[in-house]
Design a protein around this ligand. Structure first.
Ligand code: ITT
Length: 197
């Protein structure tokens, strides 16, 4: 059995990785199975923060580990919330965060936004790799859909003309930042079978 540790405390991320990796024969673990203290995300890029998270877990367990740092960047807000997506308006729920973003964009014609996902892999020799995917789209003027998580209800995916919260899990994974980065990771692993034991 191929095993992989997803160094995340975000159950929605674990679910999306499970949906993509289990059909390929991976047993997916996450931080709910081990004692763990979240490291401070002191990086200035998604890739740096993903590496910080992956290292903090890989240092303690002997298993192929990946960590994902991801977020939503909005051009009209100079890239906000970006790497601060999880910490944006901390203490408020996503309904409030999403309504606040719509309010901040109410006079803006530029609705362009993109999700980024950087996956850091620490392989069996302790070597580090990063795979990055993006999903481009637009910010909606109202919340729509109940699937997905986080900023999905306000993010319109042009290929579907729907928010990513209106997409089925398979449709979201087929175009999402996390789906793309995961496929790059899997391509790498296929070329390195020694990582798959
Ligand atoms: P871990 O660090 O434990 O993995 P986290 O939720 O703190 O969990 P990040 O620092 O990477 O993770 O922040 C990512 C945030 O970006 C996430 O909480 C959402 O608000 C947003 N986000 C990322 N991917 C998303 C997606 O596919 N759909 C909607 N929002 C997403």
């Amino acid at each position: 059995m191929k095993e992989i540790m997803i160094a995340t405390g975000n159950k929605n991320k674990t679910r999306e990785y499970r949906e993509m990796l289990e059909p390929l024969g991976y047993k997916v673990h996450d931080l709910s199975e081990i004692e763990h203290v979240d490291p401070e995300e002191t990086g200035t890029t998604f890739a740096e923060n993903a590496l910080i998270k992956a290292r903090s877990v890989h240092d303690r367990i002997k298993m192929m580990t990946i960590a994902d740092d991801s977020g939503l960047s909005i051009r009209a807000l100079n890239g906000e919330p970006g790497i601060y997506s999880a910490r944006y308006l901390e203490g408020h729920d996503y309904d409030y965060k999403n309504h606040t973003i719509i309010e901040r964009l109410k006079d803006k014609t530029d609705r362009y936004a993109w999700f980024t996902c950087a996956i850091a892999l620490i392989d069996h020799e302790g070597k580090e790799h990063v795979f990055e995917g993006i999903m481009e789209g637009e910010i909606a003027d109202e919340l729509r859909g109940n699937n997905g998580f986080g900023y999905d209800p306000i993010f319109i995916v042009p290929q579907f003309g729907k928010t990513s919260a209106e997409l089925s899990p398979d449709d979201k994974n087929s175009v999402s930042h996390r789906g793309k980065a995961t496929r790059m990771l899997l391509e790498y692993l296929k070329g390195h079978p020694e990582e798959e034991e």
